[in-house]
Design a protein around this ligand. Structure first.
Ligand code: URA
Length: 433
């Protein structure tokens, strides 16, 4: 076999065999296929997408490129959730404890943020003492005892994706539906849960800008999951404005606590209840309606907030910060963004808000950057709100960037106003199963 023949076949829309994909991917991981040939193949895939069968083969070959977790020592049904990435997406911190209270086991391996997107692991590290690197045996013990654990991906899981994703990032080949599907699903199949709920984000600030593409990705991932014997469902959810009020690490943990304590019942709360209900239904906890009521009760009873505190304590974190969020450090600097005209907010570009949050110190431009846990943005207004001249739309915070002028200007430009009452999209656009 040779790489030029494989690249040429994809370029001519001819189908690859499992042997060819296997040879290409494993050769790349081992270093016998150079970056320039793999880049050429990835670009060919962007123009001539892989068939569903080729995508399944690629996913399984990537999954098998490293270790696979065996979660069979976890008692009960395990359900994982994966989001394709959004701005202000702190749903894992909310639904893991809700589902644990309702009797599911939630093994969660999450990532760090890069560029305008945040990462669950960075958010959790804003809690004093919280350990994200946990031995596999302890991970299983924490899940058996508390129902959930959220840790950083470790060890030798899917090395093919690590290498391929880094190459896609610098060759303009990230936004291909079969490549995104195989990247996400190979990791999800290797981390072993029985059931998987996918949250496919759609809108500005998401990989999938329109609903047709989001649906195509969701359907492909669900198909691949089912063929690999995992009970899989996807929800397509709105990312045409940031999710909730907070963007930034500690700010998002505080908001997660506000949702779990029942203080905040808004779009973010609605999404979390629907995500949790879908996970519970997938995990065999009864009808959707029964699962929805159980998720609401987990919040209203105070048990879900206490559960998050227990999970934090089990992972070495200071649980008091969850039960009393005033213990999080207060950011040193702040700056309000006000409007100088009235009307209705008809759009808030999530990607631009993510970029403005990055400028406050809340994110990383490159993998080596350190982040300011206290930094970020609180949105006081959302799409559909009526505003008057002089109203504060959002407030920027930082402990490392004293002059927040440039970040505030970028954030202000993300807000679109209209004279008419706009249509506000539902937070859940579709369920694919
Ligand atoms: N997230 C991933 O893990 N992989 C992709 O390709 C895109 C988003």
């Amino acid at each position: 076999m040779n790489a030029v023949d494989i690249i040429t076949k994809t370029k001519r829309k001819e189908r690859l065999t499992k042997k060819e994909i296997d040879w290409l991917i494993n050769g790349y991981v081992e270093g016998t296929i150079p970056d320039y040939q793999m880049s050429a193949w990835l670009m060919a895939v962007c123009f001539n997408p892989l068939s569903d069968t080729e995508t399944l083969m690629l996913t399984e070959i990537m999954r098998d490129s490293g270790d696979k977790l065996d979660l069979s020592s976890i008692e009960g049904v395990t359900v994982d959730k994966h989001s394709t990435g959004g701005i202000g997406d702190k749903t894992s911190l909310i639904i893991a404890p809700i589902c644990a209270v309702c009797g599911l086991k939630v093994p969660k391996m999450s990532g760090r943020g890069l560029g305008f997107t945040g990462g669950t692991i960075d958010k959790l590290e804003s809690i004093d003492g919280f350990k994200v690197n946990v031995e596999f045996k302890d991970y299983v013990d924490i899940i058996n005892k508390n129902g959930a654990a959220i840790i950083a991906q470790s060890g030798h899981l899917v090395p093919a994706d690590k290498k391929l994703y880094a190459l896609r990032d610098v060759t303009g080949t990230v936004d291909s539906i079969p490549l995104i599907c195989s990247s996400i699903m190979s990791k999800k199949l290797a981390t072993g849960a029985d059931c998987l709920l996918l949250d496919v984000k759609c809108g500005t600030g998401a990989f999938m800008k329109n609903q047709d593409d989001a649906r195509q990705l969701a359907e492909l991932m669900v198909q691949v999951g089912k063929k690999a014997d995992k009970l899989t469902r996807a929800m397509i959810t709105d990312m045409n404005q940031p999710l909730g009020n907070a963007v930034g690490n500690a700010l998002e943990v505080i908001e997660a606590c506000n949702i779990l304590s029942g203080k905040q019942k808004d779009r973010l709360y609605d999404l979390c209840i629907q995500l949790a209900a879908n996970m519970l239904e997938l995990g065999g906890k009864g009808s959707y309606e029964k699962c929805r009521r159980a998720a609401i009760e987990a919040v209203d009873s105070g048990k879900a907030l206490q559960k998050l505190a227990d999970i934090v304590e089990a992972q070495g974190g200071k649980k008091e910060m969850i039960l009393d969020t005033s213990l999080f450090p207060t950011p040193v600097y702040s700056r309000e963004v006000k409007t100088n005209c009235g009307g209705y907010i008809c759009g808030i570009n999530s990607e631009e808000i993510g970029m403005a949050a990055l400028m406050t110190g809340a994110g990383r431009k490159s993998k080596e950057d350190t982040i300011d846990s206290s930094a970020g943005i609180i949105l006081q207004k959302h799409v559909g709100d009526k505003i008057h001249s002089g109203d504060t739309i959002m407030t920027l915070y930082s402990s490392t960037v004293k002059d927040l002028t440039a970040a505030a200007e970028r954030a202000a430009k993300a807000v679109e106003l209209s004279a008419e009452i706009p249509n506000v999209r539902s937070v859940v656009l579709e369920v694919v199963q």
